[in-house]
Ligand binder design. Structure first.
Ligand code: G16
Length: 542
């Protein structure tokens, strides 16, 4: 029996960079998740009788909201839902499932790399029929609806058993519980030369993959250990836990420090990697060398033709604006277009759908291709392994070869987390006010060439996105970008992205902090970070 439940709108349900993310205690308020899910459905049309994919990263509250979403999908008229067993679906696997089954769309329950648990974060994002995050036109409509919603539809039915494969019904809607891993692992086998990777591993190459107690554990175990023959124990922290073992499932050098230490030790494996809460991010570390996400995108683009899926070459490469320009140099060398988009995977979807680009990447540890419409952590790991298997070189040798050919984009991101919103907004406003007067001035010995607030016009549909981050470009190609994060759940997070280009015949082996020291000083001088935030140092450097 369909129930119409009266509700009162919440005023804080604006989707951020990737869906709605809030503390669990916020989501657990009566009607809160329901309001958002109904607002999603109310912003869509013509889905009666169609299929919705539902899954999440296994974090605390995942199972509860999946039951809510199933009932609401039934009450709103979906014909079927596909749900990952145990409520589990990595974000890239959900994207693939939407595409494979020609589903109408999907609800992915995740706060990605944010921590999980009763006092931590939860999130809901909606993906469209191409498998990718809803574009801004839809997220804007969802937000508008959350402000006026006064009822939602649900059903008074018992919980669905999420742990048993097979079909059941909620009202007239079919609920199918499916294995979350197999289809995704099968897709990976079609993209990469598993035989070559298997042979490399059999001949002694050692891997270490840290699943961070998050969703990629079962995927990595199946693919790396079962299908590729890596030694048992290659996947560490491989059981998804609702609180990620109390850790922060963000694959960077701070939160994946154990992997980093392992890779810097004398007996280090040859290749190390990690993924995040929902499996879309990746961290790549060779023995004794960390590969920045920006460099990883450039390296993958330069070598992708070594994997079967990309043997014909790439149509183009896209990167988010704050991502280093290393990938642009590869695009130029390959004679293919390079695109610069705002932060957020949703901006790559139209380019991928139009066949304008094959590979996309972001400094925030996301890389992916046209095989799905999300970034994909294990995909990046497998492309790296395919390249290593074909080239027969170490990660360090491949990276150094790349810099010797294309030059090196020294790069770092400084994050100031949980700063008072007023201070962060004031910092950005003050910078914005100075943009016109900055060109031609000199800061810490660096001359400003141009300064702007990044705006993007999508080349496929003409949609415009403004205020996407302040760019200050210096003579010689160095750059500072200031941006406020759209994924945090407390206060504001200021991100300062620093980049300096060193040509191939320059000094390629500086310590990153030394290479960027003038830019770090210039960032403080330009933005008054300490004055506005009270912070003298970033919380996280990636
Ligand atoms: C999300 C988006 C990414 C974006 C990242 C960082 O990643 O999907 O496209 O780069 O947030 O966003 P921000 O700088 O606004 O915090 P994820 O892995 O959290 O879904």
């Amino acid at each position: 029996m369909i129930q119409t439940v009266e509700t009162i709108a919440f005023d804080d349900q604006k989707p951020g960079t990737s869906g709605l993310r809030k503390k669990v205690r916020v989501f657990a308020q009566p009607h809160y998740a329901q309001n958002f899910i109904q607002s999603v459905f109310d912003s869509l049309s013509d889905f009666a009788g169609k299929t919705l994919v539902i899954g999440g990263d296994g974090r605390y509250f995942n199972r509860d909201v999946i039951q809510v979403a199933i009932r609401m999908a039934a009450a709103n008229g979906f014909g079927a839902v596909l749900v990952g067993r145990g409520g589990i679906l990595s974000t890239p696997a959900a994207s693939h499932m939407i595409r494979l089954h020609h589903a109408y769309g999907g609800l992915i329950l995740s706060a990605s790399h944010n921590p999980g648990g009763p006092d931590e974060d939860f999130g809901i994002k909606y993906n469209i029929g191409n498998g990718g995050p809803a574009p801004e036109a839809i997220t804007d409509a969802i937000f508008a609806r959350t402000k006026t919603i006064d009822r939602y539809l649900t059903m008074d039915t018992p919980d669905v058993d999420l742990d048993r494969d097979g079909d059941t019904r909620v009202g007239t809607m079919r609920v199918r519980i499916v294995d979350p891993v197999t289809d995704y692992a099968d897709l990976m086998e079609t993209l990469f030369d598993f035989g070559a990777i298997r042979a490399m591993i059999a001949s002694g190459t050692r891997l270490s993959f840290d699943a961070m107690h998050a969703v990629t554990g079962p995927y990595a175990t199946e693919i790396l250990e079962c299908r590729l023959g890596a030694a048992p124990g290659t996947v560490v922290n491989g059981t998804p836990l609702p609180d990620f073992g109390g850790h922060h499932p963000d694959p960077n050098l701070v939160h994946a420090h154990e992997l980093h230490a392992r890779m810097m030790a004398p007996d280090a494996p040859d290749f190390g990697a990690a993924s995040d809460g929902d499996g879309d991010r990746n961290l790549i570390i060779g023995r004794d060398i960390f590969v920045t996400p920006s460099d990883s995108l450039a390296l993958l683009a330069a070598n992708a033709h070594l994997a079967p899926a990309y043997a014909k070459g790439l149509a183009g490469i896209a990167r988010s604006m704050p991502t280093s320009q290393a990938a642009d140099r590869v695009a130029a060398a390959l004679g293919i277009p390079a695109y610069e988009t705002p932060t957020g995977w949703k901006f790559f979807g139209t380019l991928l759908d139009a066949g304008l680009v094959t590979l996309c990447g972001e400094e925030s540890a996301g890389t992916g291709s046209d095989h799905v419409r999300e970034k994909d952590g294990l995909w990046a790991v497998l492309l790296w392994l395919n390249i290593l298997a074909v080239r027969g070189q170490s990660v360090a040798d491949i990276v150094h070869d790349h810099w010797a050919r294309h030059g090196r984009n020294y790069y770092a991101r400084h994050d100031y987390e949980g700063v008072p919103t007023a201070g962060a907004d004031a910092l950005m406003a003050a910078l914005r006010a100075r943009l016109v007067t900055l060109p031609g001035t000199t800061v810490e010995g660096l001359t400003v060439a141009t300064a702007d607030d990044f705006a993007y016009t999508d080349p496929t549909d003409g949609s415009v996105s403004r205020n996407q981050g302040i760019r200050i470009l210096f003579d010689g190609g160095s750059r500072i970008v200031f941006r406020l994060s759209g994924t945090g759940t407390e206060g504001a997070t200021l991100r300062v992205y620093l980049e300096r280009y060193e040509p191939a015949d320059g000094t390629l082996d500086h310590a990153v902090a030394d290479a960027l020291a003038p830019l770090i000083a210039a960032a403080e001088a330009l933005a008054g970070i300490t004055a506005h935030t009270g912070r003298t140092e970033p919380d996280v450097i990636t």
